[in-house]
Design a protein around this ligand. Sequence first.
Ligand SMILES: Nc1ncnc2c1ncn2[C@@H]1O[C@H](COP(=O)(O)OP(=O)(O)O)[C@@H](O)[C@H]1O
Ligand SMILES: [Mg+2]
Length: 252
Amino acid sequence: MTQENQTANIALSLRNLHKAFGEKVVHRGVSFDLREGEILGLFGGSGTGKSVILRSIIGLEHPDEGEIIFEGRNLIPLTERELFSVRTRISYVFQNGALFDSLTVEENLAYPLREHALMTESEIHERVDEMLEMIDMKGANHLLPSELSGGMQKRAGFARSVILQPKVVLFDEPTAGLDPVNTGRLLQNILSFKRRGMTGIFVTHDIPAAFEVCDRIAILNQGKIELVMSVDEMKKSNDALVKSFTTGAHIR
Ligand SMILES: Nc1ncnc2c1ncn2[C@@H]1O[C@H](COP(=O)(O)OP(=O)(O)O)[C@@H](O)[C@H]1O
Ligand SMILES: [Mg+2]
């Protein structure tokens, strides 16, 4: 494979990111590549800087050093205006779904389409219906977020995050607070988008969920990506750090 072909398969590349908040150093040279079409799990103890990595990718945090390469350019120096279009191609799934309370499900899902896409009202309505069907919420158009279960809120939040068909989706602990049934439903939704080519980073403490949807897992430890391995390799690994995650021992 030529060098060119190899880079063509990388959706996003983080190179040597450093970040400190005052005296507190969070990232000490974070580097990894996200391959096109994969879901990369990101494990790390609480407060190790997983959310800061995701927030840096969409420009909500500014690394002190390093590069985040997407579509051939470094995102770190981009202005808010330039980031506006990047955020249609890299989306962030917030922990609680982050729906607008006063808007119906349909208005919530239509919001990114109205902001970023040139679509007629009937096209918007059709696209919303199609998404609701994909997340098993057909007919929920006119409900308010307060009328939805926690699981439905998260699935609707996910649907809103992917409605513009972004190239990369960033998940920050998407299954936190969900019971096993709702976790299963959300994971099935994520997998059906993955089959259609979605690429993602999946930050989680939920090891079974990560094993179900991820291709590879990266472990963030003491400010760096300590290792990246496939889910199959991880299941067989005897590495002490890996085992501390797979056995749940790191969550104290
Ligand atoms: N805006 C901020 N200001 C100061 N400290 C922050 C800020 N955001 C995150 N931190 C600190 O950075 C560290 C990493 O945070 P975070 O990425 O949220 O961890 P996690 O791995 O649990 O997602 C934590 O110690 C947190 O307190
Ligand atoms: Mg976090």
